[in-house]
Ligand binder design. Sequence first.
Ligand code: ATP
Length: 262
Amino acid sequence: MVNNKSPAVLAAGLTVIRGPRTVLRGLDFTVPRGQITGLLGPSGCGKSTLMRSVVGTQAKVTGRLEVLGHPAGAPALRSRIGYVTQDPSVYDDLTVRQNLDYFAAVLDPGRGATERRREHVTRAIDDVDLTSHADSLAGNLSGGQRSRVSLAVALIGAPELLVLDEPTVGLDPVLRRDLWNLFHAIAADRGATILVSSHVMDEAERCHRLLLMREGEILADDTPDALRTRTHAETVEAAFLHLVDQAATHPENQHPVANTQR
Ligand SMILES: Nc1ncnc2c1ncn2[C@@H]1O[C@H](COP(=O)(O)OP(=O)(O)OP(=O)(O)O)[C@@H](O)[C@H]1O
């Protein structure tokens, strides 16, 4: 039986090799349920690889990786996880609703499910505030609206875990703020767990918890407040730089992760 108090994601010794490189190096971390956990770090540090591992699309994953009480990639997880990649596939020649209908049919096929699919699609469009654009062609939408379409696709079927790979990249500050408000609403109203990556450190302040990554390792696993306090920094960005310097001068202190108290 799955214990609902168990973390949404539990990793121990998580290692991933891509080509000649060890991209994730024996990571230990947890992602608590019902909260927004930010995965932050510079470009190339391994955020997408970690997310792909969690959703089960990454090859050459070793170590322990449990997601919602199952081994990552287990078929039972398919409808329980919503995943938005960095290059979301939205079909430009279909309307917003047709895009969602298509993905809903892939997830929940058959004539018997027509009514359920319609409800899920209508709700997902409403969740991302695109009802007034439901019949617009995706190709005619702005960048921010397209991002919301791909988020709506991930919301179909009300997944327990949302994995969002840099969802705010390239968006203006107003749209970024609106999307973050939406993430908070999804976590609060549904109790959904959100694992969201970003390389923009100011977005860290919007997360309940943070996993700070660098070069395939986790530098810190903490709340933004605790991280700032512990490093005597005013911002998460300054805290991150402090931890990078600390790891460079005292590499032996990099493990275990500094603070895993919840
Ligand atoms: N197919 C591959 N073969 C070898 N190395 C790869 C391959 N794909 C990615 N990598 C390397 O793995 C590392 C991690 O990549 P990943 O995409 O997970 O980083 P990221 O933190 O998500 O970066 P970004 O924010 O730029 O997307 C990078 O150094 C990248 O060069």
